[in-house]
Design a protein around this ligand. Structure first.
Ligand code: ADP
Ligand code: MG
Length: 314
């Protein structure tokens, strides 16, 4: 069976677009004015595929928008407007009220205005089209990682995947981590910073939705480079590392944090940026000229790893 990206490539990616950037990155880009582009992107959450039926509706409202905000940040931009397409099996007033409360909390947090959408009958599915603004000088393309760049990630990895496993009763999770894991899964927190400043220090970016390995691979293939990943540096809770190794951080998915590559010369500035903005920023590897991804332990051992990340048509 064809995989998600093969389907897109084979059937929908028809030559180059008439705008600055079409299919293939976290968002498409087209001219806004002489200094900036509009960034436009769409992400959908389907019941049973992207969320369990017992998901708190307020959290679902938050997450539907947050996963879209994350794609605009990954282009180096700021989100501005959203269109909300909501398909529901019934008109449950209380459910919609809670959903919209979560949606607007997220909208307020990231400065997004709802400007349209569609409301229809069907299986529960939320699809959002988001528009944002990116300064031309700040665009972070997947294709622009440079050999020698440091690889950075924001926040923590693997918690959302842990939350999902806990909810599906596949893991016993220590009490202290349960809430954090479920909140990471149901209410992801893309960073809230001045992207203009962060983008200036970086060369490329992608948001982590399918899992670190599979998302980083998009950067590597589009930039025609490779990467060394320092496994012990991955920002994942100690309990996860001890009990489950690196797999949740590498392929868990649903993190909605950013992976950035940036020149080594900007290391100190990025550390200062993270302190000043109170965000967690961790250096997890470097971009290499040989086109492989090497998962390296501190003792020099290489990890071979098969689970790449979430694939819709696996
Ligand atoms: P992301 O994970 O950043 O949301 P996706 O992996 O969903 O991005 O999609 C990869 C690229 O393919 C994006 O540029 C997206 O806009 C594009 N794309 C996905 N599905 C389709 C489709 N059915 N038709 C056209 N383009 C698509
Ligand atoms: Mg993305």
């Amino acid at each position: 069976m064809l995989k998600e990206f093969e389907i897109i490539k084979k059937n929908f990616q028809k030559g180059s677009a008439s705008i600055f950037l079409g299919i293939g990155d976290d968002a498409a880009l087209f001219e806004k004015n002489k200094d900036s582009y509009w960034a436009i992107s769409q992400d959908t959450l389907n019941i049973d595929t992207h969320f369990l039926s017992n998901t708190n509706p307020e959290n679902l409202g938050w997450k539907s928008l947050a996963v879209n905000v994350s794609d605009i940040l990954a282009m180096g931009g700021h989100p501005k407007y959203a269109l909300l397409s909501l398909s529901m099996p019934s008109a449950n007033e209380l459910w919609v009220k809670k959903f919209s409360r979560g949606f607007f909390k997220c909208a307020k947090n990231y400065g997004v205005e709802l400007i349209g959408g569609d409301t229809t009958h069907g299986s529960l599915s939320i699809s959002i089209c988001i528009l944002g603004e990116v300064l031309k000088s700040n665009v972070l393309l997947r294709a622009n990682a440079k050999v020698g760049d440091d690889i950075w990630v924001t926040g923590e990895l693997g918690l959302a995947a842990l939350g999902l496993k806990y909810k599906k009763r596949k893991f016993d999770v220590p009490k202290a981590l349960i809430n954090k894991a479920i909140i990471s899964l149901e209410k992801p927190q893309p960073i809230k910073v001045d992207m203009q400043k962060l983008a200036k220090l970086s060369n490329s970016a992608i948001d982590l939705s399918d899992g670190l390995i599979s998302d980083l691979e998009h950067i590597l293939s589009q930039s025609k480079v490779g990467a060394n990943i320092f496994l012990e540096s991955l920002p994942t809770p100690v309990w996860i590392k001890e009990k489950k190794g690196f797999s949740l951080a590498l392929s868990g998915g649903d993190d909605y944090q950013l992976l950035l590559t940036a020149p080594e010369g900007n290391r100190q500035k990025l550390i200062q940026f993270s302190t000043k903005n109170q965000i967690k920023l961790t250096r997890i590897g470097s971009i290499t000229a040989n086109k492989n991804m090497a998962l390296m332990k501190a003792n020099g051992q290489l990890l071979t790893f098969k689970e790449k990340g979430f694939e819709h048509f696996a």
